[in-house]
Structures are given as structure tokens and as C-alpha cells.
Design a protein around this ligand. Structure first.
Ligand code: HEC
Ligand code: HEC
Ligand code: HEC
Ligand code: HEC
Length: 498
């Protein structure tokens, strides 16, 4: 009898243990199942409106980056045609995309629209077609970290711009700067982490205040596409050239050492460098950075609405918001602060324009020398001067906001450019004289963008027609594909929430 009871009890215990074990296993796989898609969805979520459900104040202010009617002396959110404002740039960029089309940056909301619309990305008809590599998407939005996680970083950079048109559709937003689980600021672009590595620094050691600038330094920096990285040959890998330092001379030395050129100038045949937008590097040399003021302090100040204090995500020209952006530190009235900013910008521009004039003349005089039969040997030192002088001009011009962020450094950089350009023209005068041309070289009429583009031989009608065809044929396909992919993400999200 005792044995029977013991037997039955044992059977029951074993049965219960079995149940428990199986339930643990189930729970575990359930937990795993629940865990995996949650990370996928939250970490990879590129859609700003989905984040916006949790953080309406930040999202609503972010949406204001769509405003585009604020204009200042040289900035603001208005669409500005830089080539129309200053046709000299068409000549300076001859042979390069920026001579076709160059609009000043607008709000983050437009990052995707603007890269689709610019003539620089051409009119691809499908995957594998068009002038630009996939790498050009890197600073356009939160689909980029998503894709890098899904495919791998190198695979993301590989291929053409048109290959990823259906993938990168959400403009710069939450997942570019925030960790979805902790909402802490985070670096999502490997190029910045790798640049810190190259300088022997660890970006994980950055302070909270530094992070309030470093999130911007993921994109507002100088960069190039390196197609010769060991082990990654052929892929236009995104690199910030900071290994030797961040000054205009340091980066120039870096590029000279690896004999890198972004393009060969169409008129002078100089091996040119395109300064992208070294905003972070130049900001670091200014007095605000020296006093520990971050990009976010001026471009994302705190704001109060309905008793709630939050970070204003309407990233824009701070001149549209001086009460919050400046007057928390400066007890100076609006008009005075505005005058301080304009004064610095106008003074920098004065010499910047002089440098442009010298550069335009250098390119055209170099062309004349080639036409008259100059040799490579005669031209070599001149072309290097042109490269170095224009690098300085572009460094100052393309570092948006730099003539305010760091007026003294920008003055120094432009001054260096003026000196090198003058040197180039002295050498050119000598070569031209040796070739029997002992008089001024005639300058073309480049009074308007159209005239300048005609002079450098651009077929604008063809470029515009290609873009139209792209917008009518390929773009709708991208949008359809993207919508289908994202509707599946919704389905996944619903299952997860059950
Ligand atoms: C002390 C305040 C301050 C700090 C710090 C600051 N900026 Fe600015 N920024 C300005 C002002 C003022 C302008 C000029 C706006 C204008 O001309 O309308 C400007 C202009 C810009 C522009 C051009 C905008 C436009 O509308 O033309 C960009 C881009 C920019 N800043 C990015 C940054 C980045 C990135 C950082 C950090 C690396 C930074 N700024 C740090 C105040 C600041
Ligand atoms: C993922 C890349 C990326 C990040 C991160 C980023 N930007 Fe931008 N930013 C851009 C691009 C691209 C544009 C130009 C968008 C256009 O013209 O369509 C831009 C434009 C701007 C403008 C011009 C807008 C205007 O209305 O004049 C300002 C100012 C600016 N960014 C400041 C910042 C600041 C400050 C940060 C950090 C808090 C930051 N950005 C972070 C890529 C980025
Ligand atoms: C260009 C970088 C950038 C982007 C894009 C961005 N943020 Fe932020 N966000 C910041 C910075 C900088 C802070 C200030 C953080 C700090 O000082 O700790 C911040 C703070 C926050 C905070 C903390 C509370 C507060 O208001 O200070 C929340 C929540 C937030 N952001 C939500 C969002 C959401 C939602 C989006 C997308 C709609 C977004 N952010 C896009 C840079 C960004
Ligand atoms: C977080 C504090 C802080 C904010 C925000 C700030 N500043 Fe400053 N600013 C400083 C400090 C500190 C200095 C250094 C001079 C000093 O110690 O008084 C300075 C210096 C300046 C100077 C003189 C330096 C030069 O370039 O020659 C100007 C002009 C200036 N600020 C304008 C502005 C404007 C315009 C804004 C808003 C877009 C702004 N500041 C936002 C703290 C700030």
C-alpha cells in the first residue's frame, strides 16, 4: 500500500516536473522569440512618426524642420541656388557634380527629397545605373543604420546610389541620434567611430556635453570615399581624414600623402579636392567650443510648452530663435547679436570672393597654357598650387556657419588660400610667357549660371531630361517598394505587442 502511494506520488511529481521543464523551455523560446523582434523593431525603427507616438513634443518640433521660409544674410532654411547667386562656382567645380546643381542645405526634413531632386545624382534608370555610389546615402536618414545592421557596413557602401533608393526613404531622424531602448544619444555612423580610432581615441569616452556635438559630427564633417582600403578594395568606403589632425593643413597632408583627388578639373586639369562640409572640425577651433558650448546648445536649445521643458528638435539657423539659442548666455539684444553674426560673415566673405576670383583666373589661365602646348612638367607645380588654394577656399565656404563658429580660423584659412593662388598665377605668367603669350588671358563671360555652365560645356537640357525620366519611372517604383516593406514592419510590430 505504502509502495503504491509512493509510486503514484512519484509519477505525479515526475509528470509535474516534466510540465515545468517543458514550460520553462517554452517560456525560454517565447522569451527569445519576443526578444529578437523587439530589438529588430525598436533598434531598426527608421520611421520618425512611430517614435513620435512616444515623444510627441520632440516629434512635433522635429516636424518644423519642414519650415522653409526663414532667410538670413547667408543661411536660413530657404531653398537657395548657390550657383545662381555666384556663377564663379560653376567654373571652380568644372568637371564635377557641383557645377550642375548646388542648393544650400535646407531642414533635415528634406534630406531625402533633396538628394533625389539634385541633378548631381543624375537620372538612373535602375539598379547599377547613375553617377553616384551608394555611399551618398550615408548622411540622409535612419534607414542607414538599419541597413548597416541588416547587410553589414561594407555591403551598405557597395554598389550604386540607385541600388538603395527603395531602402533609404525616411529623412534624418530619431534613430540617427538616439538609442531606442535608453533614448540616450548614440553614434550610429561607423565612419565617426573609425575616425576616432585612427586618432587613437575612443569615442565611448566622450562626455555627455561632447555627445551633444558628436551626434552632429556624424554628418557635418569633411569626408571622402576611399576605394583602396586594404581588404575592401573597390568599395567607396566612407572615411573622415582625421588621422593626421583636423586642421586644413593636416587634412591636406593626409590627402597629398595618399595622392587622393575627388576629380580632375576640366579646364586646368588640376587634381582637385572637394571640401565637403567640415562644420565640426572648424567649430572646434572657435571660442564657443573652447568654452564647452555644444552644437545642440545653439541649434537645439531647451524650449517650454504647456509647462513641459524639452529639447527643441527644430534644428535650424539659431538666428530664428535667439531668445533660447543665445540669450540664455548673452545679455545682449537681438539686433546686436544679429549684427555680430553678420559682421563676421560679411568680413569673411569679402576675402573669400577675392580668392574665388583668383581661382577662376588660375583655372582659365592654366587651360590657356595647356592649349599653347605646356608640358606636364611645366604645369605640375602650378596644378598643385591650384589644388591647395581651392581646397582652402572650399574648406571655408562649405563649412556652413564656420565664419560665425570660428571667424579667426576661417580668416586664416582664406588668407592662406590667397597666398597660394597668387603664387600659382605668378608661375602661370612665367609659363605663358615662355610659350610666347605675354599678355593678359581673356576671360569668358560668366555673369550668370547659364552662361558659366555653357562655357564649361554642360548640356543642362539633357541633365534635366534625365532627371525627369527618373522621377517619372524609377522613383514611383522605389516609393511603392518602400511602402510594401514598411507595411510588413507594421504587421511585425502588431504581433510583437500581442
Ligand atoms: C554659439 C552658437 C553655435 C554653436 C555652438 C554652433 N552653431 Fe551652427 N550656427 C550658429 C549661427 C549663429 C549660425 C549662422 C546662421 C545663419 O547664418 O543664419 C550657424 C550656422 C550653422 C549652419 C548653417 C545653417 C544655415 O542655415 O546656413 C550649420 C549647418 C551649423 N551651424 C551646424 C552646426 C554644427 C554641426 C555645430 C557643432 C559642430 C554648430 N553649428 C555649433 C550658431 C552656432
Ligand atoms: C544623418 C546626418 C546628419 C546629422 C546626424 C545631422 N545633420 Fe544637419 N544636415 C544634414 C543634411 C544632409 C542637411 C541638408 C538637408 C537638405 O538640404 O535637404 C543638414 C542640414 C542642417 C542644417 C541647415 C538647416 C537650415 O534650416 O538651415 C543645420 C542648421 C543642421 N543640419 C544642423 C545640425 C545639427 C546642429 C546637428 C546635430 C544636433 C545635425 N545637423 C545633425 C545631415 C545631418
Ligand atoms: C541630430 C540628432 C537628433 C535627432 C535626429 C533627434 N534627436 Fe532627440 N535629442 C538630441 C539631443 C542632442 C538631445 C539632448 C540630449 C541630452 O542633452 O541629453 C535630444 C533629446 C531627446 C529626448 C530627451 C528629452 C528632451 O527633450 O530633452 C527625447 C525624448 C528625444 N530627443 C526624442 C527624439 C525623437 C522622438 C526624435 C525623432 C523625431 C529625435 N529625438 C531626433 C538629438 C537628436
Ligand atoms: C552656453 C552659453 C552660450 C551660448 C548658448 C551662446 N554663447 Fe556666445 N559666447 C559664450 C561664451 C562663453 C563666449 C566667450 C566670451 C566670453 O567668455 O564672454 C561667447 C562669445 C561670443 C561672441 C564673441 C566671440 C567671437 O566670435 O568673436 C559672439 C559674437 C557670440 N558669443 C554670439 C553668440 C550668438 C549669436 C549665440 C546664439 C546663436 C551665442 N553666442 C550663444 C557663450 C554662449
Amino acid at each position: 500500500m505504502k509502495n503504491k502511494v509512493l509510486f503514484v506520488v512519484t509519477v505525479i511529481v515526475v509528470f509535474l516536473l516534466g510540465l515545468l521543464a517543458s514550460s520553462i523551455v517554452n517560456r525560454k523560446s517565447e522569451a527569445k522569440y519576443k526578444y529578437v523582434p523587439q530589438v529588430e523593431i525598436s533598434e531598426g525603427e527608421p520611421r520618425n512618426d512611430v517614435w513620435g507616438e512616444n515623444f510627441p513634443a520632440e516629434y512635433q518640433s522635429y516636424l518644423q524642420t519642414a519650415d522653409s521660409d526663414f532667410e538670413t544674410y547667408q543661411g536660413g532654411s530657404k531653398m537657395r541656388d548657390v550657383l545662381e547667386e555666384d556663377p564663379r562656382l560653376v567654373v571652380l567645380y568644372a568637371g564635377y557634380g557641383f557645377s550642375k546643381d548646388y542648393n544650400q542645405g535646407r531642414g533635415h526634413y528634406y534630406a531625402i527629397d533633396d538628394i533625389r531632386n539634385t541633378l548631381r545624382t543624375g537620372g538612373p534608370s535602375g539598379p547599377g545605373d547613375g553617377p553616384m555610389p551608394s555611399t551618398c546615402w550615408t548622411c540622409k536618414g535612419p534607414d542607414v543604420p538599419r541597413l548597416m545592421n541588416e547587410k553589414g557596413v561594407e555591403e551598405f557602401y557597395a554598389g550604386k546610389w540607385a541600388d538603395k533608393g527603395a531602402e533609404v526613404v525616411n529623412p534624418i531622424g530619431c534613430a540617427d541620434c538616439h538609442d531606442s531602448k535608453t533614448m540616450k544619444l548614440t553614434i550610429t555612423r561607423p565612419a565617426l567611430v573609425e575616425a576616432f580610432d585612427a586618432m587613437g581615441k575612443d569615442i565611448n569616452n566622450a562626455t555627455h556635453q561632447e555627445m551633444r556635438s558628436l551626434v552632429c559630427a556624424q554628418c557635418h564633417v569633411e569626408y571622402y570615399f576611399n576605394k583602396k582600403l586594404p581588404g575592401k578594395e573597390g568599395t567607396p568606403y566612407l572615411v573622415f581624414p582625421w588621422k593626421e589632425g583636423m586642421s586644413v593643413e593636416d587634412m591636406e597632408r593626409y590627402y597629398d600623402n595618399i595622392e587622393f583627388a575627388d576629380w580632375t578639373h576640366k579646364l586646368s586639369r588640376a587634381p582637385m579636392l572637394k571640401a565637403q562640409h567640415p562644420g565640426y572640425e572648424t567649430y572646434l577651433t572657435g571660442v564657443h567650443a573652447d568654452r564647452g558650448v555644444s552644437c545642440a546648445d545653439c541649434h537645439m536649445p531647451y524650449k517650454s510648452e504647456g509647462g513641459q521643458k524639452f529639447t527643441d528638435h527644430h534644428i535650424q539657423s539659431p538666428l530664428n530663435n535667439m531668445a533660447n539659442a543665445c540669450q540664455v548666455c548673452h545679455r545682449t539684444e537681438d539686433s546686436k547679436l544679429m549684427a555680430n553674426v553678420y559682421d563676421r560673415q560679411k568680413k569673411a566673405n569679402e576675402n573669400k570672393i577675392k580668392l574665388e576670383d583668383l581661382l577662376v583666373k588660375s583655372h582659365i589661365e592654366a587651360k590657356k597654357a595647356w592649349d599653347l602646348g605646356a608640358t606636364e612638367e611645366q604645369m605640375q607645380p602650378i596644378l598643385i598650387d591650384i589644388r591647395h588654394a581651392q581646397w582652402r577656399w572650399d574648406f571655408a565656404a562649405a563649412a556652413h556657419g564656420a565664419s560665425f563658429h570660428s571667424p579667426v580660423e576661417i580668416g586664416r584659412v582664406i588668407g592662406g588660400g590667397l597666398d597660394i593662388a597668387a603664387e600659382a598665377r605668378i608661375k602661370l605668367a612665367r609659363v605663358l610667357a615662355e610659350l610666347g603669350h605675354n599678355e593678359e588671358v581673356a576671360m569668358p563671360d560668366i555673369a550668370t549660371k547659364e552662361k558659366a555652365q555653357e562655357y564649361i560645356g554642360l548640356d543642362m537640357e539633357k541633365l534635366r531630361a534625365e532627371k525627369e525620366a527618373f522621377k517619372n519611372n524609377l522613383l514611383p517604383q522605389w516609393l511603392e517598394e518602400a511602402e510594401e516593406r514598411e507595411s510588413k514592419m507594421d504587421a511585425q510590430e502588431v504581433t510583437m505587442n500581442e
